[in-house]
Structure formats: structure tokens, C-alpha cells
Design a binder for this molecule. Structure first.
Ligand SMILES: Nc1ncnc2c1ncn2[C@@H]1O[C@H](COP(=O)(O)OP(=O)(O)O)[C@@H](O)[C@H]1O
Ligand SMILES: [Mg+2]
Length: 617
């Protein structure tokens, strides 16, 4: 027993335990549900020695409340931020079922140390010189996560607090209530933190939303880690049936998911530590097992993937003119149609109908026919529409709107030309994006203009929803990882893409489409999207951003700390657990850039261990 509790008795017995002007506790007594008998305990003699496993005792000098209380930390122990603690409290009378013990579980979110008995700041020097006897007190604030059984009494001051492990920890973090749980990271002490799959797979909820500063918040990495845990762990009953569609928006980061990360190989401390994290999560250390890579095709007759570096194994994607007309994809070229919203939207839908009905095409022909004209490129289609036929194709549309329509269509033509081609059905089939063949399907859009990005995202998402609707079942689950969500679902304005993304947020749950969205700031995003996400995650946030309403799921401590989070550390909020948990996740086991990628598995220079991992499946 340290001096902590010996010295914690500056208050005369029977008076208020906390200082009246203590900012932490200056709430009226009746709000605090205090046990009136607690006061009598203040002068009770300290227990002889600390029971095994005790980290400290519930403080009596600050109000102890059912949902937040303070612990005086034993001198021979420490408690750090994010530690999980358990405090048993014995009730003065038994509950109807005979139970007398209530357990308070919680997470440490403040720790403070101070001298007791020192008055002046300079006393610290006198103490160090041995001239002034003082006590050192360390106290920790606990935000309760759970009270079991649900009897909302405060933990009794003097009660023994222990660091939660084993069952305590399972209860504290509600893992016992998660019938199926997925790995969500590790707590600071290296133990797994889980998420409740029922809130991800649509049973009770769905969707993940991740915010944080670009490049340090590790948003994309965390999204991929979640997928990896689901696909390579034991959570999903049939992981091979689940799929992911991942848009690659930055560099070639995600075009190496099928290659092992060389940084995790070998005996260096970093590699060993990261591999241990995977082991703690019961996950293998390997790249994604089943990966399809797709990139837009370069301009030119032959479709060639337009990536900066990686070409091998990348399928160029495009859509045919036939699909463009038949499936009413025109609207996705007008993603920013806000300003002249209703007029332009009308013109677009009239034109879509025209194209749908006027187009004749046969699967054997690499062109479509409108009236007498054969059209085999997107440029030709734009010319056909804008040069001679605009008036005829858009009757009842005002001239000004027609002009706006034509201007935008021209602008789009350069951006998406290579993505919409005349092609025979037989040739087009292998270039049509298809998520059913592989487990993880990366669609590269990073070199496309914003307009083309929106087109690709819009079309892929629309199709996905249609396909899932036709299936009519939640299985197979499809996870859609959409970075830079603010581009597709900004808070202000309307657009066809925003509509499809909103559709996922609102109906995806019942269709088994799970949106894993990420953006720098949640405040830029349509509220209904963030509100529908069961899992809210932040990495490093800008200090001012962290104070916004959008992060109401963070405690004030978590908000402050979010400005300091390092890569690989996130705050995770999930419906089951009332406080956000700090989680750390391991460095990617798959390469995230060419330098990290172990050599091509087809190459003869590849160590066999790599070859096996990369070729699995
Ligand atoms: N678990 C981790 N621990 C430490 N660094 C990581 C971890 N995961 C990823 N990183 C590094 O952080 C960088 C940024 O990650 P990224 O996910 O691209 O951030 P964001 O999507 O927020 O811009 C990556 O280049 C990677 O090297
Ligand atoms: Mg990112």
C-alpha cells in the first residue's frame, strides 16, 4: 500500500468528500447517485496490504458515480490510459436473486500524478532535496463501460480496483455478448479487441466510417486490415463467399495486395513485433489470397491497363457504348450537376430515355446505330448528340439548359472516352468489371480525372446494388471500400452518385452491401451516411476538426488525444461498447507499394515461401 490512500484523508469525516469547487465534481449531489454511507468510510482504516491483482482503490475524495469514478493507484502498480479495470462493489442488501455483488467495468481515460502536501510549485525542489515530506498521489479516471448486474450504484470508495484480464476484460468490453466477433485491432497491452459482426453484416447494423488526416491517419490501411481480418480469420462462416470492392484512389497503394510485404519478413525487431500482433489476433501473415486487379484502359484501340507501374495481372476495364445507352449510365457523367439541378437533370433523363430506345445494337458488332449513323467511339456519340440532334433528342428543354448539357457532355468526353468503347460483346466481356470472380477486387481510379472517378464509382455501385437486389439475399456479403467519400457524398447538394452511395448507406444493410467509407473530415460528408455507420473510427484528426459535433461518439479525452494518434492507432466506436476504444492494428502484411512487394511470384527469383502465399487459391 503506498502513501496514496494514507494521505487521501484531508476531509473531516461526515463532510462532503469532494472539494466543492472541484471542476470534476461540481454537480449537485442528487445527480450523482451517491451512496450516503460512502462518507462514513472516509476515515475507515486502510486495508492491510493490497489484495493480489489490485491496481488501486476507488477514490473517496472525488465523487464516485455509477458511470465515472476515480481510482487512487497503488504505488507499486501503474495504470495507464486505455487500461481496462474492474471494481467489485458489495451491496448493503442483497438483490431479489440473492446477489450482493455489483461489478463496475471501465476504461481509464485520465491519469494524474501530484504531490500532496506541497503548496508551491517550487516545493518540488525542496522535496527532491529531502527537506519537505510529501506524498505522491496518482489517480486515474475511469469511464464505465458496463455495470453487471445493472444496478446503478456508484463503486464504493475504498473498493478494490483491478486491471481487467480474462473474463473481466471480456465483460468490460462486451465480447461475451458478441456471438460472432471480428478482429478490430489490439489494445495497448497487446490483447485483441473485437467488433460485433452483427453490426457489420447487416443483422443489426452495418457500415464503417473512418476519418483522419491524409497520410498519417492510416484510414485506408485500417479499412484493409478489417477486410483482412474478416477474410483470413475465423469470423465469417464462409469467408470465401464474401467479396470486397476496393477503389484505389492514391498512387498504386492497393495494386499490390496480392504480394507479401517484404518489411514483415526477417528477424528485425519491427518485423517480429508486427508478426506477433498478427499472432495475437490469430491471423496469418500473408497477402490477400484472392485478388482481382482492375485499371482503366489507356486511350487507343487495344485496351491496356493505365497504371503507373504494375501491369502484370491487371485487367483493363471499360464499358461498351451499348451498355452505356441501355443501362442509362449518362447521368453519372453529370455528377456535379448541382447548380442547374432540376433543369439539367430533366435534360439528362430525357436524353437517357432517347438513347435507351433509339439505339440499335447487336452483340456481334463493335458499334451501335442511332438512326442512320454507325457510332463506334464515345467521341462519336457525343458528336452525334451535340452537333445535329440535340434539339430533336431533348424536346421541351430550354435552350440554355441544352447549352449547359452540351458543354458538360463535351468536357466529359475527354475524361471518360477510353472508358466507354464500341466493342463486340465477346471482346468486352473480359473487360467488364466483375466482383464475383475474386474475393478482393481492386478498381484503380487514381489516375482518372474527378469526373471520370465519379463515373466509375457511380456505375460500379449502381450495378452492385442492382445485382444484389436481384439476388435478394444478404449473402454473399460485399464490402465496398470507398476512400475520399467527400467526393461522392458531400454534405451539400445532390448528384446521382450521392444518391447511389446514400442508397447503400440506407438499404445496403438488408442487401448485404457494407460500406467502408473514409474521408479526411466527417464534417464534409452527408450526415445520413455517417449516421448509418455502426462503426465509427478516427485516426489522427486535426485539433479543430476533432472538436466538431460529428465526433460526438468520442469522449472529450479521446477528442484531445485524437490529435496525437500515431499511424496504426485508431479510436473505434461500436454500438455495443459505450466508450470509444483505442486500438492498434498491425502493419500491412501485404505490400502497399512496389518497394515493399516481394518479387513477382512468376519470377524464378522468388523465395518459395512467397510463391506459395501469393498463389494460394
Ligand atoms: N499499422 C500501421 N502502423 C504504422 N504505420 C502504418 C500502419 N499501417 C499503415 N501505415 C503507414 O501509414 C501510411 C499511411 O497509411 P494510409 O492508410 O495510406 O493513410 P490514409 O489512408 O489515412 O491516407 C502508409 O504508407 C503506411 O506505410
Ligand atoms: Mg487513404
Amino acid at each position: 500500500m503506498g502513501e496514496t490512500s494514507d494521505r487521501a484523508t484531508p476531509v473531516p469525516p461526515g463532510s462532503r468528500v469532494s472539494a466543492p469547487n472541484d471542476p470534476e465534481t461540481n454537480r449537485p449531489d442528487h445527480e450523482q447517485g451517491r451512496d450516503p454511507r460512502a462518507d462514513d468510510r472516509v476515515t475507515a482504516s486502510p486495508l492491510a496490504g493490497s489484495p493480489a491483482g489490485e491496481a488501486g482503490k476507488v477514490l473517496g475524495t472525488r465523487d464516485s458515480q455509477p458511470l465515472d469514478f476515480w481510482i487512487a493507484v497503488n504505488e507499486e502498480h501503474y495504470l495507464q490510459l486505455d487500461d481496462v479495470v474492474a471494481v467489485p462493489t458489495t451491496l448493503p442488501e442483497p438483490l431479489p436473486d440473492g446477489t450482493r455483488q455489483v461489478m463496475h467495468y471501465g476504461v481509464v481515460d485520465v491519469v494524474q500524478s501530484a504531490y500532496e502536501g506541497a503548496t508551491f510549485h517550487s516545493d518540488v525542489f525542496r522535496v527532491e532535496e529531502g527537506q519537505l515530506p510529501v506524498g505522491l498521489s496518482t489517480i486515474a479516471h475511469v469511464s464505465a463501460t458496463r455495470i453487471e448486474p445493472e444496478v446503478f450504484v456508484p463503486p464504493r470508495p475504498g473498493g478494490s480496483a483491478r486491471r481487467a484480464s480474462g473474463d473481466d476484460r471480456r465483460f468490460a468490453l462486451y465480447f461475451d455478448r458478441m456471438q460472432r466477433r471480428f478482429p478490430a485491432g489490439l489494445s495497448r497491452d497487446g490483447q485483441p479487441v473485437y467488433g460485433n459482426l452483427e453490426f457489420l453484416d447487416g443483422t443489426k447494423g452495418a457500415h464503417v466510417n473512418i476519418s483522419g488526416i491524409s497520410g498519417v491517419a492510416t484510414k485506408t490501411s485500417y479499412a484493409l486490415f478489417l477486410l483482412y481480418g474478416l477474410f483470413h480469420g475465423r469470423t465469417l462462416a464462409n469467408p470465401h463467399a464474401a467479396h470486397a470492392i476496393v477503389f484505389n484512389v492514391k498512387g498504386e497503394d492497393l495494386l499490390w495486395l496480392d504480394r507479401p510485404n517484404a518489411r514483415l519478413e526477417g528477424a528485425e525487431a519491427f518485423a517480429v513485433a508486427e508478426r506477433q500482433k498478427y499472432a495475437a489476433l490469430e491471423l496469418p501473415v500473408q497477402p490477400f489470397g484472392s485478388v482481382g486487379l482492375w485499371a482503366p484502359s489507356k486511350p487507343g484501340l487495344e485496351p491496356i491497363p493505365d497504371t503507373g507501374g504494375r501491369i502484370a495481372g491487371v485487367t483493363p476495364y471499360f464499358w461498351t457504348l451499348r451498355e452505356f445507352c441501355r443501362d442509362r449510365l449518362l447521368r453519372f457523367l453529370f455528377a456535379d450537376a448541382d447548380d442547374e439541378a432540376s433543369q439539367l437533370a430533366y435534360a439528362i433523363s430525357v436524353m437517357e430515355r432517347q438513347l435507351e430506345t433509339a439505339v440499335e445494337s447487336s452483340p456481334e458488332a463493335p458499334w451501335i446505330r442511332i438512326g442512320d449513323e454507325k457510332i463506334s467511339t464515345f467521341d462519336q456519340l457525343v458528336q452525334y448528340i451535340t452537333e445535329d440532334h440535340l434539339e430533336a433528342m431533348t424536346p421541351h428543354v430550354a435552350d440554355g439548359t441544352r447549352g449547359a448539357f452540351a458543354r458538360r457532355l463535351h468536357a466529359a468526353a475527354t475524361a471518360v472516352g477510353p472508358l466507354i468503347r464500341g466493342a463486340r460483346e465477346a471482346d468486352a466481356r473480359e473487360h467488364r468489371f466483375d466482383w464475383t470472380g475474386k474475393q478482393v477486387n481492386v478498381i484503380d481510379i487514381n489516375r482518372l480525372s474527378d469526373r471520370a472517378k465519379r463515373f466509375v464509382v457511380g456505375v460500379v455501385v449502381k450495378r452492385l446494388m442492382e445485382e444484389k437486389e436481384r439476388q435478394g439475399t444478404r449473402e454473399p456479403l460485399v464490402f465496398l471500400v470507398l476512400d475520399e467519400l467527400n467526393k461522392y457524398a458531400p454534405r451539400e447538394g445532390h448528384s446521382p452518385i450521392k444518391d447511389v452511395v446514400l442508397d447503400i448507406a440506407e438499404r445496403g444493410r438488408s442487401l448485404g452491401v457494407v460500406l467502408v467509407g473514409a474521408q479526411q473530415t466527417a464534417s464534409e460528408i452527408e450526415r445520413r451516411i455517417t449516421a448509418n455507420a455502426s462503426f465509427r473510427v478516427v485516426g489522427r484528426l486535426d485539433t479543430a476538426e476533432g472538436q466538431r459535433d460529428e465526433y460526438g461518439f468520442l469522449t472529450s479525452q479521446a477528442r484531445a488525444r485524437s490529435a496525437l494518434l500515431k499511424p496504426g492507432s485508431m479510436f473505434l466506436s461500436q454500438p455495443d461498447v459505450p466508450v470509444p476504444l483505442m486500438v492498434q492494428f498491425p502493419f500491412p502484411a501485404w505490400a502497399t507499394r512496389a518497394e515493399e512487394a516481394a518479387p513477382d511470384p512468376d519470377g524464378s527469383d522468388v523465395p518459395s515461401v512467397f510463391r506459395r502465399a501469393a498463389l494460394e487459391e
